[in-house]
Write a protein that binds this ligand. Structure first.
Ligand code: FAD
Ligand code: UDP
Length: 395
């Protein structure tokens, strides 16, 4: 085995580490992935009947305020000027999201000024106004008041997480802006767009280096494969981006994850919903949202006879399902601490990415965190002989 570094997982975290180590340090890097394709959850492909690019593991919107990450990713792709906007259906009516002055005035059938709307929401937040609660339920009420919380957050979150919002961390909802203007951009970030030639072209360019050897359909825990946990750990430095509990054979118990079932349908219409994402915020609709991927790329001039849509159904992941979102209850956090302890004693194994650190990372965060791991740990080890401290990364 000739690799200087083995990377388990070809998602954005793993590929960023591999690209830097190969290009900047000239290391030979072997990247393995259990799937039949590279790119992890950001992988996309062309839907055969419509010619429309479909994000295979759910809609992926790129956005960041991190200039270092933006400069890094622009080496591999240009970005379109797509700006993400989301609408939500509540009681048969369509509202702009995230909650903004347009949502508030439509919901209350009013013509409030920004100051009047602020005062109203503060009143409706009651005793939680101005506080900084730690759970999603109280944080949601504190941010937008009880009536809007119950209309747009409570049931959607219930469907998405199947966990009482009181047991979910406030951070999940703090991701969403609340605005007292009519601005309904979904993200607040400085840079935003979609890769002009699609995600897979971007991902392939990252892996396109003579020192990077990608081996697909290769599971790190299948000891019959030449590159497996048993044969590699302790002999070659490893960056592991699969689920941390799986690495330790679930010794400290299973971490809980949420997965999504996608129901894809090709329809004989050029436009199903007039926009890329519509959320269904009420409890009586079983899916959380409908994605219509043609609207991610209006500049492409796709044919107009057919469109493709995906309904998303969320549920707890069982073993064998794709683990998409860490649920992160208190019990999970206790298990995670135990796994972190175990990780520090694994010789020359670094844990990274969404699955390896059990963190809700967006693409730009996964890439930023991989760049830090490379600069702070991998590069000093290979260029100056610094000890490769095992364990996780702080994203
Ligand atoms: P992943 O992409 O999950 O890659 C991990 C890889 O490891 C996978 O390819 C997996 O097959 C491989 N692997 C796991 N176990 C093994 C094993 N035993 N052996 C070999 N290989 C293994 N981010 C955004 O910025 N914007 C969005 O709009 C957005 N939407 C999302 C929607 C969904 C439904 C999901 C699930 C994620 C979304 N993300 C979004 C997050 C984005 O997917 C992640 O930030 C990014 O994929 C993280 O990359 P990663 O490398 O950490 O993990
Ligand atoms: N959320 C909600 N209603 C919405 C949109 C979002 O309650 O209409 C909550 C929900 O708990 C979700 C979180 O806000 O998990 C973050 O939303 P985001 O759109 O970022 O979720 P993701 O795209 O990551 O699934």
């Amino acid at each position: 085995m000739t690799a200087d570094l083995v990377v388990v997982g070809s998602g954005f975290f793993g590929l960023t580490v591999a690209e830097r180590a190969a290009r900047e340090l000239g290391l030979k890097v072997t990247v393995i992935d259990r799937r039949h394709h590279i790119g992890g959850n950001a992988y996309s492909e062309t839907e055969a009947q419509t010619g429309i690019e479909v994000h295979r593991y759910g809609a992926h919107l790129f956005h960041t305020s991190n200039k270092k990450v933006w400069d890094y990713v622009n080496q591999f792709t240009t970005f379109t000027d797509y700006v993400h906007r989301v609408y939500g259906v509540h009681k048969g009516e369509v509202f702009p999201l995230p909650i903004n002055l347009g949502t508030i005035n439509q919901f209350f059938r009013a013509n409030y000024t920004p100051a009047e709307a602020r005062a109203l929401i503060a009143e409706q937040a009651g005793e939680l106004a101005g506080t900084d609660p730690e759970n999603l339920n109280d944080k949601g009420i504190q941010l937008i008041g009880r009536p809007l919380y119950e209309a747009f957050i409570k049931h959607y979150t219930g469907k998405q997480w199947q966990t009482d919002p009181k047991d979910l961390p406030a951070g999940i909802i703090s991701r969403l802006p609340v605005r007292y203007t009519y601005d309904n951009r979904y993200f607040n970030d400085t840079y935003e767009g979609l890769p002009t030639d699609g995600y897979t072209a971007w991902i392939e360019r990252m892996a396109d280096h003579p020192n990077i050897d990608v081996q697909l359909n290769t599971d790190f825990f299948d000891e019959a494969q030449p590159i497996s946990k048993g044969s590699v750990v302790g002999n070659v430095p490893v960056v592991y981006t699969g689920p941390v509990d799986r690495y330790f054979d679930y010794a400290e118990g299973d971490l809980s994850w949420r997965t999504i079932d996608f129901e894809e349908e090709v329809l004989d219409t050029g436009d199903f919903q007039g926009t890329s994402v519509v959320n269904y915020n009420d409890a009586d609709v079983p899916f959380t949202r409908i994605i219509e991927p043609r609207h991610f790329h209006p500049e492409r001039g796709y044919q107009t006879e057919k469109t493709v849509i995906m309904r998303e159904f969320s549920r707890f992941a069982e073993k064998g399902d794709e683990p998409y979102y860490p649920v992160n209850t208190e019990a999970d956090r206790a298990k995670l601490l135990a796994y972190r302890d175990l990780a520090t004693s694994e010789k020359d194994v670094l844990f990274g990415g969404r699955l390896g650190t059990y963190k809700y990372l967006d693409m730009h965060m996964a890439i930023g965190s991989a760049l830090s791991m490379y600069e702070n740990r991998i590069k000093p080890h290979f260029t100056g002989g610094a000890k490769l401290e095992s364990g996780g990364v702080d994203a």
